[in-house]
Design a binder for this molecule. Sequence first.
Ligand code: TXA
Ligand code: MG
Length: 339
Amino acid sequence: MSGNPRPADAQAIEEAAQRLAGGGLVAFPTETVYGLGADAASARAVAEVYRLKGRPADHPLIVHVLDAAQAAWWAHWPARAQRLADAFWPGPLTLILLRRETAPAFACGGQASIGLRAPSHPVARALLAAFAARGGHGVAAPSANRFGRVSPTRAAHVIDDLGVDAPMVLDGGPCEVGVESTIVDLSREHPVLLRPGGITPAQLEAALGEPVLARDAQAPRASGTLEAHYAPATPIELVDGDEIDRRIAALQARGERVALWARSEVGAQADSRRPMPGDPAGAAHALYDALRALDRSGCARILVERVPDAAAWHAVADRLRRAAAGSNAAAGAERANGP
Ligand code: TXA
Ligand code: MG
């Protein structure tokens, strides 16, 4: 089913919950990005999410729950999980925990661990509550974009991306946070940060009372942690603010049209330009919408002003680095394939 997003009123949310309970898919807003939801306990529904996203089967999904009580149905619930849930749930934090042997394994690709998150967006919560009222235990939902592409932060992005394959899309307006949740692995001896997000390691450490380690080679595979990810089709280049004017001039001299996302007042001669908010939360909120708009601008290249090297900017810096790596990888493949 394709078509227009549906305003997320009470009736649409009831209908969406009914669809989920019947094994169908629903795209819905969360405070981070839009999710492509399915009954996490239904093998058929979860398989349909993988098919529609074009996601490799060994990349597990996040199961969205209302609260710690629902989470504990899926996973063993250690004291650390309770501490983080007390501090940050509902909110943009995903916990990787050891799955209960009795819980269905479809959503986590049969792994021993499972990703769980209680979102704070009122539409997501209303949908989860209506689904729970029909006996549901959780909604598996990756970001509602095709694999490797920019996550959707508006209902229209979901339709743009999934096209005729888009299921019912609940429209809850633009996502407030704008980048995907912070992911912390609590399934091993020490807490490990798998994906930076709006909640910083310092905040996690304060709530846990112990260090959170950086990802290492033993960390479980997470597609959001692939080197090349979150990439628009147009090549992206990260450039220091004071280099931007020169870089634009060099590219334009070669006949390339150049798009720019920058904080400072540089790059007035860019062919297409969007302002980057000067604060990290504002930049995260605007990030994917800006990349999508610049991707559609018809330019040959997107230049993005490098963001400050500060903890508060890490989530944005991480997504930009991967988006740029994605376009470098694509450019490399093009070269390898010849003209
Ligand atoms: O903000 C978010 O987390 C959004 C919204 C919709 O909630 N969801 C999201 O889902 O970003 P997705 O599927 O695009 O990314 C989920 C990430 C992936 O990197 C996945 O590999 C990782 O979570 N993940 C899920 N379960 C895992 C597990 N058991 N072990 C390790 N990583 C896991
Ligand atoms: Mg994703």
